[in-house]
Design a protein around this ligand. Structure first.
Ligand SMILES: Nc1ncnc2c1ncn2[C@@H]1O[C@H](COP(=O)(O)OP(=O)(O)OP(=O)(O)O)[C@@H](O)[C@H]1O
Length: 230
């Protein structure tokens, strides 16, 4: 379980607080108005955004201050690929940041790429891939890292609706296979409906406790009513 206890952070005149927990294997959509602090919440969990108060615990133990030591993979909107590295190298970074891959590592990279539908694309550079394929490379890296918490910060926001649905379905399969807990920031409530069990609403300087997705759609809070069309 991930527990955020009385946590608070701030940047300039912006402040965000959170006091909530999410069980293992849950799929959580993080929704809320633009600028409300959705990315900030993920950055707090990942360790990029320091807390001014409170603590974040994983399985009851305070997480390391070093983001690299946290049990987390994070994918951002730009999919954080290095343009000068090949697809295989970009994925290999997930296991060995110095890219000294053993033959066993290379097999695992190839298997992860095959799992996301990119068999045979190992030697390409990101510029030689479509938007959907780039997103798949980022997911192959996540698969290889095999961390129990997967944080997605709008990684499919630039894709068209059909492709986005396809990618969300793939994410659903991958988290089911790896039993990871998913935290997904989205601007699109349909993404939440498709993939999440629970919704965390971020608004008014607060990340609220998770609510079952169905209940959010039946009784949308004011902050979501506009883009839920209610
Ligand atoms: N470096 C900074 N200094 C001061 N304020 C900042 C800084 N970076 C972000 N902010 C503010 O922090 C708030 C939260 O930003 P954040 O990116 O977490 O929101 P968000 O809900 O993810 O937004 P969006 O949906 O538009 O991506 C915003 O109001 C933003 O203006």
């Amino acid at each position: 379980m991930l527990t955020i206890e009385n946590a608070r952070t701030g940047m300039g005149d912006f402040a965000l607080s959170a006091d909530l927990s999410v069980g293992d294997g849950r799929r959580v959509a993080v929704l809320g108005p633009s600028g409300a602090g959705k990315s900030t919440l993920l950055a707090m969990i990942a360790g990029f955004q320091p807390l001014t108060e409170g603590v974040i615990k994983w399985q009851g133990v305070k997480m390391s201050d070093d983001p690299a030591d946290r049990p987390i993979s994070i994918v951002f909107q730009d999919n954080n690929l290095f343009p000068h590295l090949t697809v295989a190298q970009n994925v290999g970074l997930g296991v060995r940041p110095d890219l000294r891959l053993t033959s066993d590592d290379r097999k695992r990279v190839a298997a992860a790429l095959a799992r996301v539908g990119l068999a045979g694309k190992e030697a390409r550079k990101p510029a030689q891939l479509s938007g959907g394929q780039i997103a798949r490379v980022a997911l192959a890296r996540v698969l290889l890292r095999d961390r129990p918490l997967l944080l997605l910060d709008e990684p499919f926001g630039a894709l068209g609706p059909a492709l986005r649905t396809e990618m969300l379905e793939l994410v659903g399969e991958l988290v089911a296979e790896t039993k990871a807990t998913l935290w997904m920031v989205s601007h699109n409530p349909e993404d939440a409906r498709l993939l999440s069990d629970e919704v965390i609403l971020v608004e008014g300087g607060r990340a609220h406790a998770p609510v079952p997705t169905a209940r959010i759609f039946e009784h949308p809070p004011d902050a979501l009513r506009d883009y839920l069309g209610g």
